[in-house]
Ligand binder design. Structure first.
Ligand code: SF4
Length: 407
């Protein structure tokens, strides 16, 4: 794993570009710039690794990114790639109250790459085998057209001048033009624009300058219109900041559904609000990590398990917030009214049992063609988490009579 600190150290030691002729004078790299612009992306999530962790550890942090510098993403062909993660500039004309780049924040010294600098820096990391791609985000210096042009020029240089074949995820700036989005579609693999909140009114609480409908939703429609025929092959994604306004989890969930259905986003990411010193919201309490984790779990139930929306409703309390427990369990306690015999159940029924995922549900269907299922050990061997599933199962006519262990 290469971190931002390591990138800076490698550059300082002249160890970047061991695999070919030097294309950049390392003495000219401003290390403080590399560091500031790398650190400026730490709240941007590009990591599809979230989904893997979700299966493995439902109680741990999900959707996390490694420290600023490098993040990971899965390409459309399933490869996991490490990407150099940076801002183009940390200057921004907007006044988003949670953001350290906003005009009203006490931001660090304004830094900005030139397109040539950024292209060469990325290329050197790529050639040194430290990264396989670029995740490029930015504030808006001056206006969105100028910054979009600079970002597009950076990736154009990479693709056309330096024949860079690596994966590129580029953030589209709020208010970016249709023409710039179209140009980006021919150069980058994945694109995203952060929706941040579930509604226009919440956005107006967080930013006096960003127009929810025009700067964000309209740009997502432009992106959607440009996906296909080799353009944006990895589609578009989005990100919610959780709890910066007073929005409920249910409102985020509904907005997420709209993002999948209406905007055709491939993934929604969630970032629990973290108050940053020097921003307008520095005294607003940070949100607990578990809130972000539960939203990822609900997203997983929707996308992978194909739960109905009315089933997922059971995961929310009466105020619209998720409980700090496994949402699949909350749902199961509401919708499963009698023990289920794995020899008889449909795949859909099996998937609703805590401890049984898509792979183990499929395993049960295969297993019961060969033998009758009558004990937990048979299920454990094919990946069922029996200490969770057994309370909902009837095996050999026997069932757990109490769900007390869950409370
Ligand atoms: S538009 Fe983006 S970079 Fe600019 S202040 Fe808002 S959140 Fe920060």
């Amino acid at each position: 794993m290469v971190t931002l600190d390591k990138i800076v150290r490698l550059a300082n030691e002249g160890q970047f570009d061991s695999s070919g002729p030097k294309i950049y004078d390392l003495n000219n790299i401003d290390m403080q710039k590399v560091k500031t612009l790398g650190e400026g992306t730490k709240h941007d999530i590009c990591a599809s690794t979230a989904s893997k962790r979700q299966v493995a550890d439902v109680s741990g942090r999900i959707g996390d990114v490694v420290k600023a510098g490098v993040c990971h993403a899965f390409t459309p062909d399933g490869r996991c790639v490490g990407m150099f993660k940076t801002l183009f500039t940390n200057a921004c004309q907007h006044e988003c109250k949670y953001c350290p780049n906003a005009t009203l924040s006490h931001r660090p010294k304004i830094q900005k790459y030139t397109p040539e600098e950024l292209a060469k820096l990325t290329l050197m990391l790529y050639r040194g085998n430290y990264v396989e791609g670029l995740f490029l985000s930015s504030g808006i210096a001056g206006n969105e057209d100028q910054t979009m042009e600079d970002m597009i020029e950076s990736v154009r240089l990479l693709r056309e001048k330096y024949s860079f074949q690596g994966y590129i995820h580029m953030k589209v700036l709020p208010g970016a033009s249709y023409e710039h989005i179209k140009q980006a579609s021919e150069l980058v693999d994945r694109v995203s624009i952060n929706i941040e909140t579930p509604s226009k009114s919440y956005m107006s609480e967080l930013s006096s300058t960003k127009d929810y409908d025009n700067d964000i939703l309209q740009r997502q429609k432009y992106i959607r219109h440009n996906i296909g025929k080799g353009r944006f092959p990895a589609g578009q994604t989005t990100q919610f900041i959780v709890g910066a306004a007073q929005e409920t989890d249910k409102e985020i969930f509904k907005s997420m559904l709209n993002e999948y259905e209406e905007m055709e986003v491939k993934r929604s990411y969630f970032s629990a609000f973290n108050s940053v010193k020097g921003t307008e919201l520095e005294n607003t309490p940070s949100q607990p990590q578990w809130r972000e984790n539960k939203l990822y779990q609900v997203d997983w139930l929707h996308r992978i398990y194909k739960f109905q929306n009315k089933e997922i409703e059971h995961a929310f309390d009466e105020d619209g917030f998720l409980f700090n427990k496994d949402p699949k369990l909350s749902i199961a306690l509401n919708i499963i009214d009698s023990s289920i015999d794995p020899n008889e159940a449909t795949q859909e029924q099996l998937l609703r049992i805590p401890g049984i995922g898509p792979k183990s549900a499929y395993g049960i269907l295969k297993l019961r063609k060969r033998e009758r299922i009558w004990k937990n050990e048979q299920l454990a061997r094919i990946g069922v988490v029996t200490k969770r599933a057994r309370y909902f199962l009837k095996l050999n006519g026997w069932e757990y009579s109490s769900l007390e262990d869950w409370s």
